[in-house]
Design a protein around this ligand. Structure first.
Ligand SMILES: NC(=O)C1=CN([C@@H]2O[C@H](COP(=O)(O)OP(=O)(O)OC[C@H]3O[C@@H](n4cnc5c(N)ncnc54)[C@H](OP(=O)(O)O)[C@@H]3O)[C@@H](O)[C@H]2O)C=CC1
Ligand SMILES: Nc1c(N[C@@H]2O[C@H](COP(=O)(O)O)[C@@H](O)[C@H]2O)[nH]c(=O)[nH]c1=O
Length: 344
């Protein structure tokens, strides 16, 4: 049952749940497009809990999710019906590249703001307090205070995890994707660079789309001459250049392959020290990086605890057996669970 407020006409949390689900699903599709900013979604609901519109932050420098949702509602003539805003991240309270979302919501008919997670940056935090400030204050509820919506709180943390990782740990969220053949070998048959199923490759390409950087080893480059492009799913239109870090201690990286990769939209960097790569990527605004490397580099990644989630795709008959080792707030779990929203 909802806490009764002067304006609350809802008798269940279902519309709030649906609003968060829609905002999260749409925001998941922006993974890989927003860095150095986070992926954020905002749903506007009317007094009956019907979703009026869902907005996302499409790209750094463009409007935030709240501003997008309010603009969409205005453009479609439903803004005056908006009573609740559901945002996966606390509305910002500062003038950055765009004006504060706390003010935009205060200037709207929205009476109640539901917030997924608090903003982890000191510059942007304070939006909830500003929304509640009298006179003209709005009701604010944080998901962490609603035990019935704990699953959505977890999903909002997963949505923010790449950004949160960069700003609080100065390293991107790091996802490993490892394909294993039936005999547990990572080495593809002669003449091939991959051996997993079409569905698994689709997931691998979704992960490429969602991440800002790929970390690989020079052994993989020499063996496979991989393309590392996003092919099986539609990539973000006009996305920033993706980074490719090749761990290479002895300058073995072929110059012609590097030039080809740069032509196909990568910024290619080399590193002689894998352990220094996370901070180097964070310096460049990378929120989420994936590792596509052979057994030698993966051994160090594992031993150094340099990963946040680890996807193992094991060939198993005609299908593959996929396991994900991760913490609660894994964005890769969220990506898998919301796969259909990526194709829309
Ligand atoms: N199944 C799968 O998921 C995948 C399979 N593969 C397969 O793996 C094989 C290649 O594996 P492998 O030879 O192990 O290649 P890797 O991609 O693991 O690259 C190994 C190289 O990385 C460099 N390196 C290792 N540790 C560090 C470190 N701490 N800092 C900096 N550089 C480091 C070393 O370069 P240096 O020699 O300069 O010291 C080493 O030779 C290929 O057959 C490929 O097809 C590749 C990717 C994924
Ligand atoms: N073998 C293997 C993978 N291997 C990774 O994919 C790279 C090839 O990428 P591309 O050139 O873009 O097709 C290869 O070099 C290695 O990094 N990936 C998988 O999803 N499944 C697989 O079975």
């Amino acid at each position: 049952m909802l806490k009764q407020t002067a304006f609350s006409t809802l008798s269940t949390l279902d519309p709030i749940r649906d609003g968060f689900r829609a905002a999260i699903a749409r925001a998941v599709a922006t993974f890989g497009a927003t860095s150095p900013n986070p992926s954020v979604g905002c749903a506007l609901l009317d007094s009956e809990g019907r979703i009026l519109t869902v907005g996302v932050h499409p790209k750094a420098g463009q409007p935030h999710a709240e501003a997008m949702a309010l603009a969409q509602a205005r453009d479609t003539g439903v803004l005056d019906q908006a009573r609740m805003a559901i945002v996966t991240l606390e509305p910002c309270n500062h003038t950055g590249r765009t004006p504060p979302c706390s003010e935009a919501l205060r200037n709207s008919p929205v009476e109640h703001v539901w917030i997924g997670v608090a903003d982890p940056t000191p510059q942007a935090a304070g939006g909830a307090a500003r929304l509640q400030e009298m006179p003209g204050g709005r009701d604010v509820t944080f998901l962490k205070d609603v035990p019935e919506l704990a699953d959505l709180y977890r999903d909002c943390r997963a949505l923010l995890a790449p950004f949160q990782s960069r700003v609080t740990r100065h390293r991107p969220w790091i996802s490993v994707k490892q394909a294993l053949d039936r005999d547990s070998s990572m080495i593809p048959p002669v003449g091939q660079t991959t051996f997993t199923s079409e569905a698994s490759l689709m997931l691998a390409h979704r992960l490429r789309r969602a991440t800002d950087a790929i970390i690989t080893g020079v052994g993989t480059v020499l063996a496979d001459k991989p393309r590392f492009t996003v092919r099986r799913v539609q990539d973000h239109v006009g996305r920033a250049k993706r980074l490719l870090v090749v761990c290479d201690r002895h300058g073995r990286l072929p110059a012609d392959w590097k030039a080809e990769m740069e032509q196909s939209g990568f910024d290619v960097l080399t590193s002689t020290d894998l352990l220094a790569v996370p901070a180097m990527l964070a310096d460049r605004g990378v929120n989420w990086a994936m590792v596509e490397a052979g057994p030698a580099l993966l051994k160090t990644v594992s031993e150094a605890g340099l990963w946040d989630d680890w996807l193992t795709i094991r060939k198993d008959g005609d299908t593959d057996h996929i396991t994900l080792q991760s913490r609660d707030e894994s964005p890769l779990r969220l990506l898998r669970e919301n796969a259909c929203s990526l194709e829309s």
